[in-house]
Design a protein around this ligand. Structure first.
Ligand code: IMP
Length: 435
C-alpha cells in the first residue's frame, strides 16, 4: 500500500512525527512540495531532529528518501541539513534521491521576498523569508532554474544566460548592494559538485520502486489550508499542499495513492497572517502556546493558537479524500476543565457549515462552539487507548464524528513512543499489524 500523509490544517500538525513512526513500514518516503519553509520535528529517545527538506524517513536506515520535482530546493539549506544529520550519526549515503526537475531557490529569491513583503505593508503574508514564493513564481514564469540545469555552469552555457538575466532583474529592483551573476553561477557549480550524486529522474525511480513492490509513503509539507489553490488565499504558501500535489510534485499517477492520512492537532495553530476563526487571544491562547510549545520549527515565531475547527476539518477531508486522521498533541489539552470545538460559523446572522472561499468572508465569521468536558488528568505518553480517560476518548469520538473520518493514530507526546495506534481496519490495511 502506498500512503499519503499530509497536513489537514495550517501546517505544523505533527506530520514529521507521524511519518517517522510509519516510515519503517515503507521502503520509500517521498516529499512532493514546499521547501525549507517546512520544519518537521522528530524526537527519538529524547534526541531532537528538525528536518526541513529531507523526508522524515531518513532516520530509518532502510528507507530511501526522495525529494520530488514539486519541492523548491535551496542547495545550501539542503547541504546544511545533510551535514546536521551526519553530525548526529545519520549518513544519507545512497538513500537520498533528488529530482533533476526540482526548482532551485536562488539567493535573489530571498531578497525579492523581503521586498514584496515590505511593499505589502499591512497586507503582508508573514512568509518564512526562505525565498519560497519567488522561486515558485520563477517556475511558473518559466525563468526558473532546475537542479538538472546545474550540470552546465559554464560562463557561456544556457544556465549562465538565465542567471545573468535574473540577477540583472533583481539588481534593477533592489538598490544598494548589487548581486554579481558570475559569483552566483560559481556557487551553483559548487552546489552541483556536492549534490550531483543524488540527482535523478524521481518519477522513474518511484515507478521502479512500485514495480519492485516497495511501499511508498508520500510526505506532505504545510497543510491543506495553506494550499495555493484551496487555502486561505492570499495568506497561503505557493505550492499545492493538498493531495493533487503528490501527482504533480513527484510524477506519479493518482492510482499510485492507495490511502490518505490527514494529520491534525487536537486544537488549531497558524503562523503568519490570515484569518483564523477559532483564534484565542490573551491568556487562553498563551496557555495553549506554552503547554504545546507552539513556536515555529523553522523560524521560531510564536504560533497563533485556537480551538479545534471542525468546519475547516471537514473541508480538508473533502479536498483530500482523507480516509483517516492522526490526531496529535492530545496531551496539550490535559489541564483544561472544558474544551471547545467549533462546529459551524455564524456570519451576518446566518449559519455557515462550509468553509468559505474568500479570506475576507472567513475573517468576518464567528465560530459557533460546542463545549465538551475536559479530562484534567495526564494523558502524556499514553500508548494504549484504555490508558485514556473517558472524557479524552469522548473528545476524540466527537472530532471523528464532526470530521466524518476515523482517527486511527493518537499522539500523546513528542517522542516516537508516545503514540496510540488504534485497532482499526484501515491502519491494518495500510501498515499490516498495528502492533
Ligand atoms: P511561505 O511558504 O514562506 O511563502 O509562507 C507563506 C505562509 O505559509 C506564511 O503564513 C507562513 O507562516 C506559512 N508557512 C509556510 N511554511 C509553513 C510550515 O511549514 N508550517 C506552518 N506555516 C507555514
Amino acid at each position: 500500500m502506498n500512503l499519503a500523509v499530509l497536513g489537514a490544517q495550517w501546517g505544523d500538525e505533527g506530520k514529521g512525527k507521524i511519518v517517522d513512526l510509519l516510515a519503517p513500514r515503507f521502503g520509500v518516503v517521498a516529499r512532493y512540495q514546499g521547501g525549507h519553509n517546512a520544519g518537521h520535528t522528530v524526537y527519538v529517545s529524547g534526541q531532537k531532529f528538525v528536518l526541513h527538506l529531507i523526508p522524515s524517513g531518513i532516520l530509518h536506515s532502510g528507507t530511501t528518501c526522495i525529494i520530488g520535482n514539486g519541492v523548491v530546493i535551496d542547495p545550501n539549506a539542503l547541504m546544511t541539513e545533510i551535514e546536521m544529520l551526519a553530525a548526529l550519526g545519520i549518513e544519507v549515503g545512497q538513500r537520498l534521491r533528488i529530482s533533476d526537475k526540482a526548482h532551485v531557490i536562488m539567493p535573489y529569491h530571498r531578497d525579492l521576498e523581503l521586498l514584496a513583503e515590505a511593499r505589502r505593508g499591512e497586507r503582508k503574508i508573514g512568509t518564512t523569508s526562505r525565498g519560497i514564493g519567488p522561486a515558485y513564481e520563477d517556475k511558473i514564469g518559466r525563468r526558473g532554474i532546475r537542479i538538472g540545469d546545474l550540470a552546465d555552469c559554464s560562463l557561456t552555457g544556457p544556465l549562465a544566460g538565465v542567471v545573468k538575466e535574473n540577477v540583472a532583474a533583481r539588481n534593477r529592483l533592489i538598490s544598494g548592494a548589487e548581486m554579481d551573476w558570475q559569483a552566483v553561477l560559481g556557487r551553483l557549480a559548487a552546489s552541483w559538485d556536492r549534490l550531483q550524486p543524488w540527482v535523478t529522474d524521481v518519477s522513474l525511480a518511484l515507478a521502479e520502486a512500485r514495480e519492485a513492490g516497495r511501499a511508498i509513503l508520500f510526505e506532505g509539507a504545510q497543510g491543506a489550508l495553506l494550499d495555493i489553490d484551496h487555502g486561505t488565499f492570499p495568506y497561503v504558501t505557493s505550492s499545492n499542499a493538498t493531495i493533487g500535489g503528490v501527482c504533480t510534485g513527484l510524477g506519479v499517477p493518482p492510482r499510485a495513492i492507495d490511502g490518505v492520512l490527514g494529520v491534525v492537532k487536537a486544537y488549531t495553530t497558524r503562523v503568519g497572517e490570515g484569518p483564523l476563526p477559532t483564534e484565542l487571544t490573551g491568556e487562553a491562547g498563551e496557555r495553549l502556546r506554552e503547554s504545546g510549545q507552539e513556536y515555529g520549527a523553522s523560524t521560531g515565531r510564536p504560533r497563533r493558537c485556537g480551538w479545534f475547527d471542525a468546519v475547516a476539518m471537514r473541508y480538508a477531508v473533502r479536498l483530500n479524500g482523507l480516509d483517516a486522521l492522526a490526531i496529535s498533541k492530545l496531551d496539550v489539552l490535559d489541564d483544561l476543565d472544558e474544551i471547545c470545538v467549533c462546529t459551524a460559523y455564524r456570519r451576518e446572522g446566518k449559519l455557515l457549515h462550509d468553509f468559505p472561499a474568500d479570506s475576507g468572508v472567513l475573517a468576518s465569521c464567528e465560530p459557533v462552539y460546542e463545549t465538551l468536558p475536559g479530562w484534567s488528568s495526564p494523558t502524556q505518553g499514553a500508548q494504549r487507548e484504555t490508558d485514556l480517560p473517558s472524557e479524552a476518548r469522548a473528545y476524540v469520538a466527537r472530532l471523528e464524528e464532526l470530521a466524518g473520518a476515523p482517527a486511527v493514530i493518537l499522539s500523546t507526546g513528542s517522542d516516537r513512543v508516545d503514540t496510540i495506534l488504534r485497532d482499526h481496519a484501515i491502519l491494518e490495511d495500510w501498515i499490516g499489524s498495528s502492533r
